[in-house]
Design a protein around this ligand. Structure first.
Ligand code: NAD
Length: 429
């Protein structure tokens, strides 16, 4: 199903409404949390290499800052819409709350295919984004980060632009910066490894030995690559396949190997946009199938780590009976209709804003290190991340078991309670 048929913000509101009903949330609190606190829509003029000027549509949505400054990535994608940014901003509020880090939710974006821009055009575009937004972002206000289509180098340019405008070196205005330019060790692998830490806890809860498990992964960008690598190297499990969107023929493919799948090798033949070199994969004995093949693999764990709406009413019945866990590396990969089927089948759900909260957790560590101007070794960063994600998993599992609810609902219950408490403590409600 095309992701354009799914409105992610309606999805985010539907999920929230369901839990607001369960919690019998006060109508005013509900009204407040269903919508972002504030939104910025702006036009960014960029001087292109050929001398022309192109105008890009940019957004920043600030959903809630009761628990701390707004936090969330910047997505550069041709099908970006205000509703996808609103949904992602809303999920960021729940993500920071479930991980129990002192930050709120926000998200931004630009409607653009970054692969069509030269390096210097990209630099001018991200500096233009900061010129539009700099008075409304900052280490104590709103801290952007990378997401689909944006990179650590782009974050480095944005930090530089903000520092120039603010008149002082301000590394904490943005996270996901390159190491050596204010970035944290461990940030690159943080989201994918975090997915793996939550899978490890789920497998232990279900009393399954990780060394006997197979995972099927959708996507092969930042999150998917380190989820696949971590599944092999941290859990000792086997990866059955990954998938990717090929920009050259605008088609997605699944890449599998009956045995000897090597996620690090595949990473070495993947470009910065998560597109695998098909010819090199075929030469090395990998099989290339159609896009949906990842979902019907004989696997114990499914890891959707591409875009939203990928498991939906049209394909949810293709999930193999062997699947025991779905670990949502992407934001919003499962539509509410598909979620109902998954819940009824008794598949253990690791919901997105719990499962992929490792990225924002290490982004938070990056801001802490920027504030201290003192940087931790990689092992310390990953150990601290593991501790936070393990605690978050158990808070959600305890809620699910004690209230007899689905893991997604339990994650919402934990997150909403923390945000509502902060709003009460601040006297907002
Ligand atoms: P990315 O741009 O690095 O990678 C996206 C991958 O998905 C690419 O391999 C692309 O080819 C693939 N893809 C796109 N459409 C596809 C399709 N229809 N079928 C198969 N593959 C497809 O992005 P990312 O940073 O890895 O983010 C992936 C998801 O994880 C997004 O939902 C993002 O919001 C979420 N997320 C990212 C982070 C982070 O730290 N990067 C943190 C939390 C959540």
């Amino acid at each position: 199903m095309s992701t354009s048929l799914i409105n992610p913000f309606q999805m985010a509101q539907q999920q929230f409404d369901h839990v607001a009903d369960l919690l019998q949330l006060d109508p005013a609190v509900r009204d407040f949390l269903r919508w972002p606190q504030r939104e910025f829509h702006f036009r960014i003029p960029v001087h292109m290499d050929d001398g022309s000027v192109r105008i890009f549509q940019g957004y920043r949505v600030q959903h809630n800052d009761a628990r701390g400054p707004h936090k969330g990535g910047l997505r550069f994608h041709p099908s970006e819409t205000i509703d996808s940014v609103r949904a992602l901003a809303t999920w960021m509020t729940w993500k920071c709350a479930v991980a129990d880090i002192p930050l709120g939710g926000g998200k931004g974006g630009v409607i653009v295919d970054p692969a069509t821009l030269s390096t210097s055009e990209k630099e001018r575009l991200v500096r233009g984004w900061v010129q539009q937004m700099w008075k409304n972002i900052g280490p104590r206000l709103d801290v952007p980060a990378p997401d689909v289509g944006t990179t650590p180098q782009m974050m480095g340019w944005m930090m530089d632009e903000y520092s120039k405008l603010a008149g002082e070196f301000t590394p904490g205005v943005i996270t996901g910066k390159p190491v050596g330019g204010g970035g944290s060790l461990g940030r690159t692998e943080a989201t994918g490894f975090g997915v793996v830490y939550t899978i490890r806890e789920a497998l232990q809860h279900l009393k399954i030995d990780s060394r006997n498990t197979r995972a099927a992964v959708q996507g092969f960008g930042n999150v998917a690559q380190y989820a696949a690598i971590g599944f092999q190297e941290i859990l000792g499990g086997e990866v059955a396949c990954v998938s990717y969107w090929d920009r050259s023929d605008r088609t997605s493919y699944t890449v599998s190997k009956a045995s000897g799948f090597d996620a690090r090798f595949l990473q070495s033949i993947t470009d910065q946009y998560g597109t695998i070199d098909k010819a090199k994969a075929l030469d090395s004995g990998y099989k290339i199938e159609d896009s949906e093949a990842w979902l019907s693999q004989e696997a114990d764990v499914l890891i959707p780590a591409a875009l939203e709406g990928q498991i939906n009413a049209l394909n949810v019945h293709d999930i193999s009976s062997r699947v025991k866990i779905i670990a949502e590396g992407a934001n919003g990969p499962t539509t509410p209709e598909a979620d109902t089927v998954i819940r009824e089948r008794g598949i253990f759900m690791l919901p997105d804003f719990l499962c992929n909260s490792g990225g924002v957790t290490v982004s938070y560590f990056e801001s802490v290190q920027n504030d201290m101007n003192y940087y931790w070794p990689r092992e310390e960063v990953l150990q601290k991340e593991d501790h936070i994600l393990t605690s978050a998993f158990h808070a959600v599992l305890d809620m699910a078991l004690s209230q007899d609810v689905y893991m997604r609902d339990a994650a919402y219950m934990v997150a909403i309670a923390r945000v509502v408490k902060a709003m009460q403590l601040r006297g907002w409600i």
